[in-house]
Design a protein around this ligand. Sequence first.
Ligand code: SF4
Ligand code: SF4
Length: 348
Amino acid sequence: MKTYKMSKERFPEFIDIIKSKGKLFGPVKQKEQHSFEEIDEFSQLDFDYQRTQIALKKYLTPPRYKTMHFTKDTIEEILPEDEKNIVIGAHPCDIHGVNILDRLFLGNIQDPYYAKRRENLIIIGHSCFPDDKCFCHSTGTDMVDDGFDLFLTSLNGYYLVWVGTDEGLDLAIAAEDLLEEDINDEIIQDYVIWQQIRSQKFRSDVPYFKYLADIMDLNYDSEVWKQFGDKCLSCGTCSLVCPTCNCFNVDDKIKMSAEEGIRERMLDSCMLPYYSLVAGGHDFRPSRTDRIKLYYTHKLKEYIGKWGQPSCVGCGRCVEYCPVEINALTVAEALYGEVGQTKEVLDF
Ligand code: SF4
Ligand code: SF4
């Protein structure tokens, strides 16, 4: 991977060059929260943040959009506009979140709406330090090797600029007057120290995450699910904020004349009542307990079976935003506790 050094003093110039290539978005502080917003000038950016409320999925699977216009005789697909969106400041966990969405939407059967948006999305990552809600260390998503075009590691007065794709290289070439190619021993030393300091800052570690798929199997009928089900408000916030949740619903809006209509796609959540209600009136998951069990077994067990990693990237959003403290950490800890108790009474 090609790597450069860029002085932080020249960063505003870098932003001007990047901005000339497309619509630029980055982390902006709004009251006590950060969100990815369109950037007009460098001073709006604030990289001192842990997580935005909504992740990069808002650029790839917007909450609601039109997919088709139809009449009695015609069908016209409505693809997203061909416009470059550049997001700067994405953390490793969020880039892993995009990699997970890529697997789902760009696999054997490509989703044309997602594919068009992804083709037009340039991701410039930025290094971060964790808070007490981050556990990407345990999900193996604290560092990232692919899924970004450029990645900036913030070191002592300068950035290490990693190039991830040809498109990233084109940006680096456009900014070549700002970049130095000489990666000397001093820079490598700075990077190693940065790595060590960062790794010591992780407070929420889940050492048993790698056994979680088995633990979930053992706990399939555990009382823990009911306890969480009794607490859950079915608000769907966990799905909305999770960078890898991507369920959607489809709605046809037909004019009174019945001559034409549009089809829309909108985000949905398996945590909401009626999500699993099908024609004929049967609801596959009528209770909150059923829905929580599906949500977390899908994220922390089934996805590992298919792809070898959970579809949880340890971003801590569910930890921060669930109003009743149901999240990947509390669920994993409660299930592990169940198995732990079983172990004590076994005679090995
Ligand atoms: S787990 Fe929490 S965030 Fe998710 S639906 Fe239940 S109450 Fe809402
Ligand atoms: S389950 Fe929670 S911690 Fe994991 S990716 Fe989703 S929001 Fe982040």
